[in-house]
Design a protein around this ligand. Structure first.
Ligand code: FMN
Length: 211
């Protein structure tokens, strides 16, 4: 694959994966590194990516995804989970990490703390916090689908899930994380005719505006 546009056109929401086609370990390791490198609002990374390999869990998650076969058949299946809340410790942890990695001074760290306090309007109540935290997952998913495609790895977003069922199956109910979205990664089946479907997109004149 050559250009970015080739990659964008090659990627599609894969409906049928080839179960015997497994992503090589080193390529999967690179993709996992892309999880870590995803951008996030304020850099806070308030998420967890659960890679589900266990076959029995995959079957249960497929049932909790209205029987979608990608959950069961793809080489790898990942459940993208958002944090349920944000607190001061999250800010402190992130600033400490900046200090450790970038060696920022104590004054700069204090200034960053003050700045982050101003951003708390993002999570000022439960509904805002939920929307804010879940939006991060959707943002990461786009980044991951494109990264995978650039490695010639197919993917499918699995938003058609019963989140409460996912949380139960993955034992997340008492944790600080909850399931938001699944993503299947692997290789398209030769039988997946959707791979040949032309993209259904509105013309630029409808969705892009120049001012
Ligand atoms: C947040 C989100 C959730 C989605 N959930 C599903 C899903 O549960 N099952 C599925 O087959 N496709 C799902 N899709 C894929 C979309 O239907 C697909 O991206 C869209 O129709 C455009 O087609 P394309 O990705 O093949 O270009 C989802 C896409 C997004 C962005």
């Amino acid at each position: 694959m050559s250009t970015q546009l080739d990659i964008l056109n090659w990627r599609y929401a894969t409906k049928k994966f080839e179960p015997s086609a497994i992503i090589p370990t080193d390529e999967w390791a690179d993709l996992e590194e892309a999880f870590r490198l995803c951008p996030s609002s304020l850099g806070l990374q308030l998420w967890k990516f659960i890679v589900v390999s266990d076959k029995e869990l995959r079957e249960q998650l497929s049932t909790a995804s209205f029987g979608q076969t990608q959950v069961r058949d793809a080489s790898h299946y990942v459940v993208l989970c958002a944090r349920r809340d944000v607190d001061d410790q999250d800010i402190t942890d992130y600033i400490n990490l900046q200090r450790e990695i970038r060696g920022i001074s104590e004054e700069a760290a204090a200034a960053a703390s003050a700045k982050y306090a101003n951003y708390s309007f993002f999570w000022k109540d439960e509904a805002d916090a939920k929307a804010y935290l879940e939006s991060q997952i959707h943002l990461a998913s786009g980044f991951l689908a494109h990264t995978a495609a650039s490695m010639s790895i197919d993917s499918c977003f699995i938003g058609g899930i019963i989140p409460a069922e996912y949380d139960r199956i993955l034992n997340l109910e008492e944790s600080r994380y909850h399931a938001v979205l699944g993503m299947a990664f692997g290789y398209r089946s030769a039988e997946d005719t959707h791979a040949q479907d032309p993209k259904v997109r509105y013309p630029a004149s409808r969705v892009i505006e120049h001012r």
